[in-house]
Design a protein around this ligand. Structure first.
Ligand code: GLC
Length: 439
């Protein structure tokens, strides 16, 4: 993967910017050197936190609440009562940083159309439309810059409130006037908003789109005009990556391949199963069941499950974007904070085997998975089946040691396979064995 980026970048530099532009005009997306650099940094990060926060949080029923009955004209009144008195960007970013996460992706505008920044496009936003009156995105972006956390912005392509958004598969009961659908008006609105986001909030490392599936090929054929939009993003901030949660193989102009609620190549949630591309990969998933704050959803995965999920993602060369739904008062749920702390403790000890690693040289095995850095191979043994593990044939082990203690471990042979003998340990989240491999 890594070499691919550099090859592209070098090629781009070698053939010169003009030729690159010509190629883009001819339809091929040639990522800029700045974007290639962002991809590298992103792929090294391995762990980010997703934040689903908006006026939907006030209803405590998840971010899709508007889709399930309320009329938009009633729903939007919630904005007038939104006063998240406990919002503190420094505390959010601090807790996320201590968890070992390297970036944040926040919902700037979800399907309910409410803007969490001071947009000039309408008053339905955090500054003009609420008594709170503070631009939380400004505060968050400044805090991210201060604490060295990269910022990605979620932006919904679909809108359940605006009449000019041509109605798709969802949001049919919100009372929009479908006769007023006007794609050009809506597209212009989105692009002006994206421009605000990309010019007023410092470096944005990625725009994370969602909602394309509202008009996918199975529904009405629809021209989303993505190439021009992506080009605008890359022009406004040359290092900004584009990601789109469309549940398809990546489209030209995209820099990240997203998987929702599944590891790359898996499809337990029914949204994935796309071929895994050579782009940097990201799996997003929830800590409990819902993205936005949901009062009835206290079914949080324990930190062992979350740590193992992060390890499994890394073993596939993917980042984990783990979601938190902040509460209506602006604080992060205690259940989420305690998990952040535990993941942070674990990464503090073991981050070297996760950050800036590549996928292991073989697929996940029944005992666990692996990551690597050059000829340092990290075996992540999560469910040992005996006191030794048989290494897939393609990998030859020179020596092995327990990562936590440095204690040397025996390596033997079984036919053409190498066998690594495990140390006696108690119940651990992930027994890590560091091996040196033959090249
Ligand atoms: C889905 C949902 C949305 C959520 C997103 C996160 O597309 O529509 O509510 O924001 O997934 O991955």
């Amino acid at each position: 993967m890594t070499t691919g980026y550099f090859r592209n970048a070098l090629r781009c530099l070698a053939i010169g910017a003009a030729a690159c532009l010509a190629q883009t005009a001819a339809g091929e997306y040639v990522p800029s050197p700045e974007v290639l650099e962002s991809r590298e940094r992103f792929a090294d990060d391995r762990f980010g936190i997703f934040l689903h926060w908006g006026i939907y949080s006030m209803f405590g029923q998840g971010e899709w609440y508007l889709n399930y009955g309320p009329k938009a004209e009633e729903y939007v009144k919630a904005a007038k009562g939104f006063y998240p008195a406990r919002f503190n960007a420094a505390e959010w970013v601090g807790a996320i940083k201590d968890a070992g996460a390297k970036y944040i992706c926040i919902t700037t505008r979800h399907h309910d159309g409410f803007s969490m920044w001071h947009t000039a496009e309408n008053d339905y936003n955090i500054v003009d439309g609420t008594p709170f009156g503070r631009d939380i995105l400004k505060e968050l972006s400044e805090e991210c810059a201060r604490q060295g956390i990269a910022l990605h912005l979620y932006y919904s392509h679909l809108d359940w409130v605006r009449d000019d958004y041509p109605q798709g598969r969802t949001g049919h009961t919100t009372g929009r006037d479908a006769s007023k659908a006007d794609w050009n008006s809506y597209y212009g609105f989105m692009n002006r908003q994206l421009k605000e986001l990309l010019t007023g909030y410092g470096p944005i490392r990625a725009i994370w789109f969602d909602g394309w599936w509202d008009h996918d090929e199975d529904a009405t054929p629809f021209g989303w005009q993505l190439p021009e939009q992506y080009e605008m993003i890359h022009r406004l901030q040359p290092s900004c990556m584009v990601a789109n949660n469309h549940h398809q193989s990546p489209f030209p102009g995209e820099d990240i391949q997203i998987f929702e609620r599944d590891l790359p190549g898996e499809n337990t949630a029914g949204l994935s199963g796309q071929e895994v591309s050579r782009l940097p990969l990201e799996t997003c998933n929830t800590m409990n069941g819902m993205w936005g704050y949901k009062i009835l959803d206290q079914n949080y995965k324990d930190s062992r499950t979350l740590i193992r999920y992060l390890v499994k993602a890394a073993g596939m060369g993917a980042n984990l974007l783990l979601n938190i739904g902040p509460q209506p008062d602006g604080s992060l749920p205690a259940a989420a904070l305690s998990r952040l702390k535990e993941i942070g403790n674990w990464l503090h000890e073991n981050g070297e085997t996760i950050y800036a690693t590549e996928a292991g040289p073989f697929p996940a095995q029944s005992w666990g998975t692996s990551t690597r850095k050059g000829n340092r191979l990290f075996l992540h043994v999560m469910t040992p089946e005996s006191d030794a593990i048989l290494i897939p044939e393609n990998v030859k082990i020179k020596k092995a040691k327990e990562f936590a203690t440095g204690k040397a471990l025996k390596v033997s042979k079984a036919g053409s396979h190498h066998v690594v003998h495990l140390p006696a340990t108690g119940d651990v989240d992930d027994l890590i064995i560091e091996c040196e491999t033959y090249d």
